[in-house]
Ligand binder design. Structure first.
Ligand code: SAM
Length: 241
């Protein structure tokens, strides 16, 4: 179970609401073991010390260096597909080990979000990432960044890039991803992928001008919520072999 605040041996505390609900659903009892993680690496073994009606107290015992994370950071920025597809994408990308997700408003984005609605959506997506992290045994929770426009986001990309590679996923005639990845098995990698209607030629050109390499994931057209997942899966293989 994920706990946002830092954990340490001997710490006794009441689990946050979501985590407490999980423990209630699993019908754990005082004295039962559970595993917690705070995103700082590894897991903590803990024991339930008290079960209230809604609240659950635990005591943290020992740290375990269980690290199942990828040894590199894969970051995805994408033109938002519809709400429901975004939820599925965040869940699956988390399972595939994504480090960060940047939802973008692009010219052809189907989902249009701003202000409070955008903030509520991002909080919801972050909760989806927490749930998927717990489910898949991750020890880090991917960060879902606030919604930004593609233009603002591209302009804010640091130069020189902190990434080993930055790619824009293109359905046009672009070299295959495998040819663009040099096999450096570490560092940060970033992919920009389009919404249902794709990126416009101008948007692709703007990304290229910021140092993004145009790459293809194969000859078939993948849906907006499939392309980032295919990139994650291909990168995991390319950087591990
Ligand atoms: N008609 C649109 C086009 O041709 O660009 C389709 C867009 S596709 C549904 C959504 C996004 O997924 C694209 O903008 C692209 O970033 C990415 N994508 C889909 N298939 C891809 C492929 N085979 N290789 C690279 N990127 C792909």
């Amino acid at each position: 179970l994920y706990v946002e605040s830092p954990l340490s041996a001997g710490l006794e505390f009441a689990l946050p609401e979501d985590a407490a609900r999980h423990v209630q659903v699993r019908r754990l009892q005082p004295g039962d073991d559970l595993r917690l993680f705070d995103g700082a690496g590894g897991e903590w073994l803990a024991k339930v010390t008290r079960m209230g009606k809604r609240d659950v107290d635990v005591r943290v015992d020992a740290h375990e260096a269980a690290d199942r994370e990828l040894p590199f950071d894969l970051e995805v920025a994408l033109g938002m597909p519809t709400n429901e597809r975004m939820d599925a994408l965040i869940e699956k990308a988390t399972e595939l080990g994504v480090a960060a997700i940047q939802p973008l408003q692009t010219e052809r984005s189907v989902l249009r979000l701003d202000g409070d609605r955008a903030a509520r959506r991002v909080a919801h997506w972050q909760a989806v990432a927490v749930g998927a992290s717990e489910q898949s045994g991750r020890t880090r929770v991917p960060v879902v960044a606030p919604v930004r426009s593609l233009g603002t986001w591209l302009a804010a990309q640091p130069d020189p890039a902190p990434h080993a590679g930055r790619f824009v996923m293109s359905t046009g005639s672009a070299p295959p991803l495998a040819r663009a990845v040099s096999g450096v098995p570490a560092g940060r990698w970033l992919a920009l992928s389009g919404p249902e209607g794709g990126l416009t030629a101008d948007e692709e050109a703007a990304a290229a001008a910021r140092g993004f390499t145009r790459v293809s994931l194969g000859g078939l057209i993948l849906r907006a919520d499939t392309a980032p997942l295919a990139w994650l899966a291909q990168m995991a293989v390319l950087l591990s072999s």
